[in-house]
Design a protein around this ligand. Structure first.
Ligand code: ACO
Length: 302
């Protein structure tokens, strides 16, 4: 759905959306297409890229804010759709930071002996929780999914080198849904104080990225690719400038996908991996911030 198409639904314009956010278009899941369907499509592509079948996976984590149902976890549905009877599966809810939280969680579970490989998926149908009459939110989000296989290797130099996760629940009312099973017995819609989110975003992102650099003894100069959460080009540019990351090292997909919440980081990763930008051995920094607030970063040797 392009910005022009969006402007037929609410009082907005391509110029306003592009200037404020960098978004040109977003994808909207088809009627009847569920978060688990998007997750499965991404999972199959990731398994193919890793030259694996589902038999080689011990853990499935789906980072999502838009599960198919209140329960079971969408990860369980994904397991069923992939024909997987073994291993463990659960959802992880950290809104837009969900994928980074899931990568850090999968990494620690593998290192703690849960298994050898994890399928980490970020998948969302945020279009289902948008108020399509609220121009301050509906223009910002899109649907999508991305996935990655993490493998516990002999070679400790590759994979997740370190992560940093943070949250501060005092800010939850700045970005939330006005509904849920235990409060309204409905799903609610996204509500956001955009300026407040913006105000916290750059500082929070730079703090966790610096923390990960410190933990690993690396610096911006060592970095090959910066894969930020794709919420808004102005937030990404602001963080890039504050961290001193050259724009050519920043992967940008917000123009094509808009904010796909937990799917945004793996979608950006998949675009840069599939077009050959990210190569084996590259140092890749993932970062995200979202509702809660939650925020986090993870440094990966590809
Ligand atoms: N089209 C046209 N005009 C609009 C729209 C729209 N879609 N939305 C708001 N406006 C109007 C407002 O009504 C306001 O009009 P007024 O001055 O007559 O009152 C004017 O545009 C300016 O509105 P602001 O809210 O001040 O616009 P701002 O420059 O702050 O940009 C935005 C809004 C893009 C939401 C910005 O605050 C932002 O990017 N915040 C970060 C939010 C974000 O990225 N959230 C994603 C989830 S969290 C995360 O992933 C990090």
């Amino acid at each position: 759905m392009t910005n022009d198409e969006m402007s037929k639904l609410v009082d907005t314009s391509d110029e306003w959306i592009q200037q404020r956010t960098g978004i040109k278009q977003r994808h909207i899941a088809a009627e009847g297409e569920l978060t688990s369907d998007l997750a499965v499509a991404a999972a199959k592509r990731a398994l193919e890229a890793a030259e694996l079948t589902i038999d080689g996976i011990d853990l499935v984590i789906v980072a999502t804010t838009t599960p198919d149902m209140t329960f079971p976890a969408t990860a369980a549905v994904v397991q069923q759709k992939l024909g997987m009877h073994h291993g463990a599966a659960f959802d992880l809810q950290a809104v837009c930071s969900g994928f980074v939280y899931a990568v850090a969680t999968a990494d620690s579970q593998l290192k703690n002996g849960l298994g050898k490989r994890a399928l980490v998926i970020g998948a969302e149908t945020s279009s289902r929780i948008l108020d399509w009459t609220d121009r301050t939110t509906c223009v910002l989000f899109g649907d999508g999914a991305g996935a990655m296989v993490l493998e516990l290797g002999e070679d400790g130099d590759r994979g997740v080198l370190a992560s940093s996760l943070r949250s501060d629940g005092h800010h939850w009312s700045k970005l939330y849904t006005d509904g849920g099973p235990s409060s309204t017995m409905s799903i609610g819609h996204i509500r956001m104080e955009g300026k407040e989110v913006f105000k916290h975003a750059v500082g929070n992102i730079t703090d966790v990225v610096r923390d990960v650099f410190d933990k690993t003894g690396t610096t911006v100069d060592d970095l090959d690719w910066f894969i930020p959460h794709q919420a808004n080009k102005r937030i990404i540019d602001g963080a890039g400038v504050k961290l001193g990351i050259p724009p050519e090292k920043v992967v940008l997909t917000v123009d094509h996908h808009a904010n796909t919440s937990a799917a945004s980081v793996p979608l950006a990763l998949s675009v840069a991996a599939e077009d050959g930008r990210i190569k084996k051995g590259d140092l890749v920094m993932l970062e995200a911030m979202g509702g809660g607030f939650t925020w986090g970063a993870s440094l990966i040797r590809w």
